[in-house]
Design a protein around this ligand. Structure first.
Ligand SMILES: [Zn+2]
Length: 255
């Protein structure tokens, strides 16, 4: 197939340019999505608790009611978050008021998955990334949500969901590559270094093919996992090309 031959050519080109990392371009600063979708802002600690309970959005009964939604079973679900309790003291000399932390109080919230009612505003890029149709054909939901700059995306093969916290297509390609690796039955072969090297090399190939190279970024990422990236890529090149092949075979261009 033309596209797969092209992918092989691109991989060779990438490996050549990665031999001289000092000349690389395409280092990126991803921008985390910061959209207002009605979700209350939470402290890092409370966000972590929400993630621990497996949800991106948890609110109080009143906050859900304000969003036009109701909790399906208010007795059986939910968990607690913590809110700081402050009081204000006045400086006798300057007259200025300072907050003093007295402790924390718990308040009960319910995950979005346990609510129903008015649809929540959907966060989406101005236009879908190239190859979005492949994720759809493979039965994946692609969900965008606000990011904290630590994690840019994730792929859950059993829930069939790709979560993205930036609109940059390079991160979508990376997660789609993990999905292709799983489809090929090779996702769990080797170790995490193999998985990440495969996914990011596929992302670099697709980024070049779709005219938005991220060579420098991908190199930085792979190097953060693999001690000798080039030999790792070499040993994984069949698996890498298989993933690209699966993705391109199901893309619009060839259908
Ligand atoms: Zn990854």
């Amino acid at each position: 197939m033309y596209l797969t031959a092209k992918a092989r050519e691109v991989l060779d080109g990438l490996r050549n340019s990665w031999k001289n990392p000092e000349n690389l371009v395409g280092f990126l600063t991803f921008k985390a999505i910061q959209a207002k979708a009605g979700k209350p802002s939470r402290s890092f600690f409370n966000e972590a608790i929400c993630h621990w309970f497996g949800t991106d959005d948890a609110r109080t009964l009143r906050q859900w009611a304000k969003a036009g939604r109701r909790v399906v079973n208010p007795r059986g679900t939910g968990f607690n978050l913590l809110a700081p309790c402050k009081y204000w003291v006045e400086d006798p000399e300057t007259g200025e008021k300072h907050p003093v932390l007295r402790g924390f109080k718990a308040f009960h919230v319910y995950p979005v998955e346990q609510t129903e009612g008015k649809p929540l505003p959907v966060i989406a890029p101005p236009s879908p990334p190239p190859l979005a149709e492949v994720a759809e054909r493979w039965g994946f939901r692609v969900e965008y949500s606000n990011g904290d700059g630590r994690l840019w995306g994730s792929m859950n093969p059993s829930a069939k969901v790709i979560k993205l916290h930036t609109f940059h297509p390079g991160v979508f390609y990376h997660e789609l590559a993990h999905a292709a690796d799983e489809k090929a039955g090779t996702l769990m072969n080797g170790d995490k270094v193999d998985r990440e090297t495969v996914a990011e090399t596929v992302a670099a190939i697709l980024s070049r093919l779709y005219g938005d190279p991220i060579d420098g970024q991908s190199w930085k990422y792979i190097r953060s996992y693999a001690a000798s990236p080039l030999s790792r890529i070499e040993s994984l090149s069949a698996r890498i090309l298989k993933c690209v092949d699966l993705i391109l075979s199901d893309s619009q261009e060839v259908s």
